[in-house]
Design a protein around this ligand. Structure first.
Ligand SMILES: Cc1cc2nc3c(=O)[nH]c(=O)nc-3n(C[C@H](O)[C@H](O)[C@H](O)COP(=O)(O)O)c2cc1C
Length: 260
């Protein structure tokens, strides 16, 4: 079944993301990138915003979503959209996010509601407790309870079979494919993170792999060989994003040959 994107704002964001990836030529990129602004000073950004303007320029809409994505740790277990829309967001990302040689090596597991709580309370907590120094456990447990308090987790995997197939087929790049597999996985993480926050969720990205991989595979019937890369925890925002400072753009972006 093919789904329609969840809202006009998300539809616009996803369609721009796809259009930009497939059709932007290098020569047209400069004005697009120059439209991003950042300050030298430490700035408190809003934890999330809703986007309803359909008249804004596409790049404006896209960067509204980019700027709006933040790390939100205080989450409640309410959902802000139907589960079918969460599924749709993940499916759209998996369909349209690029991968090297179109390998499509990323796999995604989504756990919601009680299954999400099972992940954090029954799998991650015991796994961390088994390796944490006794004196560190109380604060670790508190942090993990914060993740359990959310509504869902998106778990991002790479299937090594796809990476090995590319290594066989294109021996010249054999040593590069594992790195490019990490790149595409990160792109999927970013697309889903941003899309969930456009819809009004808060989210944060965690890395308890590989400590938890085996138990998760056994619990949700995931192939043991898939490699877990990250866990995106999300829920209704119950707090704001922290302060974020920006290094000067002058030290980070260099453009030569710009004409206007
Ligand atoms: C590749 C990557 C790995 C990250 N790993 C973690 C993590 O393990 N735990 C965590 O709490 N946040 C993690 N973060 C979140 C960053 O700390 C956060 O994105 C950064 O401080 C900027 O804040 P913002 O997300 O609010 O823009 C990670 C972010 C990225 C991009």
């Amino acid at each position: 079944m093919r789904f329609q994107p969840a809202s006009p704002a998300l539809r616009s964001y996803l369609s721009h993301l796809t259009t930009h990836i497939h059709h932007t030529r290098p020569s047209s990129r400069i004005p697009f990138h120059l439209s991003v602004s950042a300050t030298r000073t430490t700035t408190q950004l809003p934890s999330h915003r809703h986007f309803t303007s359909t008249t804004a320029k596409m790049s404006g809409t896209f960067f509204d979503a980019v700027k709006s994505r933040r790390t939100i740790y205080q989450l409640s277990d309410e959902s802000v959209i139907p589960d079918s829309k969460i599924k749709e967001i993940v499916e759209q990302a998996v369909l349209h996010v690029p991968s090297s040689f179109n390998s499509q090596s990323t796999r995604v597991l989504v756990v919601l509601g009680d299954e999400h709580k099972k992940l954090w309370n029954e799998i991650v907590k015991p796994a961390v407790k088994a390796v944490a120094p006794a004196e560190a456990w109380p604060s670790s447990e508190q942090r993990l309870s914060g993740f359990a308090a959310g509504y869902g987790t998106v778990l991002f995997y790479e299937d090594p079979a796809d990476v090995h197939a590319l290594q066989q087929k294109f021996a010249l790049y054999a040593d590069k494919f594992p790195q490019w597999s990490e790149h595409t996985n990160a792109m999927h993480q970013y697309a889903v993170w941003t899309a969930l926050e456009v819809e009004g969720f808060g989210a944060n990205l965690q890395h308890y792999n590989p400590l938890i991989d085996e138990k998760i595979a056994a619990t949700w019937n995931i192939p043991q060989v898939w490699s877990l890369k990250g866990q995106l925890v999300f829920g209704k925002p119950a707090g704001k994003a922290g302060e974020k400072s920006f290094k000067p753009l002058e030290e980070r972006v260099f453009i030569h040959g710009a004409k206007n």
